[in-house]
Design a protein around this ligand. Structure first.
Ligand SMILES: Cc1cc2nc3c(=O)[nH]c(=O)nc-3n(C[C@H](O)[C@H](O)[C@H](O)COP(=O)(O)OP(=O)(O)OC[C@H]3O[C@@H](n4cnc5c(N)ncnc54)[C@H](O)[C@@H]3O)c2cc1C
Length: 383
């Protein structure tokens, strides 16, 4: 179906995270004045989440960008409110404060909900990583803590930060001559398996060089403080502290379909929500198995193309062909990783000391990465 109206297409984007902002930038590029974009989000700034892993180690805090400024740059209207429910037949979004927002095309970029999976572990929350982990790093330096386990829960998670935190902690312990044993326990078949075999093998070597033990294909429980049982008790390890990634769930919002596993929004290859007209979704909220900012942006670009085609502004939209790109922070020189993702597996796997994409940002995003790069350059030159 294609829109035939001569009015600008009224697009509502819900969420101002990676997927929401990438989609807004893509739509401005593809649609120009033929689209009128509004962004609905409760917060006032965009936080560059991948850099929060450095905060407990005393590096500068992750960058924050005011959404007001971003919306102005994009000629978009920013609405500070929250999505409550969708009336798809009427093409109206209802907000928490009682607002009714009509749309021609809707993009849901609501992100994932994160929940602690293990009550006896310290669960990572990127909104307060420094507060959660700073004391632990001090205890390691002071030789009060001698062993740590980083646990990645089964189901959906962001695995990259667990490896980064483990490597940076190992580097810090080494620098302060503290004795520390680190174990990563993961349901993945191999470390960061989604980046494909070559990258995974490279990471395995890096972990070994840093004295980090990895237990793979491990589905575990944390029955008490410092105790991890693997594969229904077949193996048990005891450590001073257990740090876990949160488990991710979909947004499960009223009026929007949610898949059987975890409440994620089911989308087709053009990121159109299955079963709804003129509604698209992108990012961690969708039922695509890999939760990663670069993937969220590619989905946003795919959805933006489909919306532009619907508005008659673009020709045949390209389907989603995911390529995963990531920078692994290590406490020393970073590693650049990439792979094509086919059938849930990484192929054409790459690991190296130099990036294969530009700008070489942690979140590889066609429009958002250069845009933020420019904001950073302006901020640095005026500092
Ligand atoms: C510590 C850490 C490190 C990471 N490192 C990397 C990395 O190196 N590289 C990488 O590519 N990815 C990384 N990721 C993953 C990446 O941050 C996410 O995959 C990405 O943020 C997903 O983008 P998104 O737009 O789907 O969701 P989010 O960025 O979470 O944005 C969701 C948006 O939806 C809004 N929202 C939620 N509910 C509502 C509502 N009811 N109404 C209106 N708005 C709502 C939120 O306020 C937010 O604006 C990392 C994640 C973490 C936590």
């Amino acid at each position: 179906m294609t829109s035939t109206s001569s009015q600008p297409l009224n697009i509502l984007i819900v969420g101002a995270g990676v997927a929401g902002l990438e989609a807004a930038l893509a739509l401005r590029e593809l649609g120009g004045e033929r689209v009128a974009t509004r962004i609905l989000a409760p917060e006032h700034e965009f936080v560059y989440r991948p850099m929060t892993v450095r905060e407990p180690f005393g590096y500068t805090v992750a960058r924050r960008y005011p959404l007001e400024q971003i919306a102005r740059d994009l000629d978009a209207e920013l609405l500070s409110d929250s999505f409550k429910w969708l009336d798809a037949p009427e093409r109206v979004v209802h907000t928490e404060s009682g607002g009714r927002l009509a749309y021609d095309a809707l993009l849901l970029a609501l992100g994932a909900r994160q929940y602690p999976r293990y009550p006896h572990a310290l669960t990572i929350d990127d909104q307060r990583l420094d507060e959660l982990l700073h004391g632990l790093i001090q205890d390691i330096e002071g030789e009060y803590v001698h062993s740590l386990a980083f646990v990645i829960p089964s189901g959906h998670a962001w695995p990259l930060p667990a490896y980064e935190l483990a490597l940076m902690t190992a580097a810090r312990a080494y620098d302060s001559s503290a004795e520390l044993e680190i174990t990563i326990i993961t349901p993945e078949d191999a470390p960061l398996a989604i980046f494909g075999r070559d990258a995974s093998e490279g990471i395995e070597r890096l972990l070994e060089e840093n004295g980090i033990t990895t237990i793979t294909s491990a589905h575990c429980e944390v029955p008490g403080p410092g105790r991890v049982t693997i594969s229904r008790g077949a193996r048990q390890i005891e450590v001073d502290r257990v740090i876990a990634l949160p488990e991710l769930h979909g947004p499960s919002v009223s009026g929007v379909p949610s898949g059987a596993h975890g409440g994620f929004i089911p989308v087709d290859m053009h990121c159109k929500v299955r079963g709804l007209e003129c509604v698209y979704a992108a990012g961690d909220a969708t039922d695509f198995a890999i939760k990663h900012g670069g993937i969220a942006s590619q989905q946003a670009d795919t959805a933006a193309q489909a919306i532009a085609a619907f508005a008659g502004l673009a020709t045949e939209p390209a389907p989603f062909h995911p390529v995963i790109q990531g920078i692994l922070l290590t406490g020393g020189k970073p590693r650049y990783l990439s792979a094509h993702v086919t059938g849930g597996h990484g192929s054409s796997s790459f690991i190296g000391d130099a990036p294969t994409w530009t700008p070489p940002s942690k979140i590889a995003a066609k429009y958002l990465a250069p845009y933020l790069d420019e904001l950073d350059t302006v901020a640095e030159s005026s500092a």
